[in-house]
Design a protein around this ligand. Sequence first.
Ligand code: RB5
Length: 148
Amino acid sequence: MRVAIGSDHAGFDQKERLKAHLVEKGFDVVDMGTNSGVESVDYPDYAEKVARSVAAGQAERGVLVCGTGIGMAMAANKVDGVRAANVTDPEFAALAREHNDANVVAVSGRFVPVGVNQEILDIFLGTEFGGDRHAGRVAKIDGIEHKD
Ligand code: RB5
């Protein structure tokens, strides 16, 4: 599975460690930056790159890391076809896939230990969408994008 990953400066250290973890697990990882934890950058720039790559089908899933994961999820969700979930707990990673068919996960590089984020990614990337009663609800989420 191809996974696009991106971070801002606050998420850089964990992005590097999470990337190595995913490569070790056999994922095809595309790193979309940033490339430093020192130079301050704007998280929406990296959220947009990863989200557009998922929306275009160039990557099946996206992983975003910033201080909290909140801004990354907000920005990624502006791209049509992207369902980004800010996940800080492994159980929520499973539910974001099973119930919401999330295709991008945004994690916190500052408030959640890297070991927990590794577990979150393992679950997120290894869990199928439940479909069934959830499918219509997810279709309604996508429908909101096309109402205006
Ligand atoms: C950067 O200081 C911080 O605002 C950013 O990493 C993120 O937490 C935003 O949601």
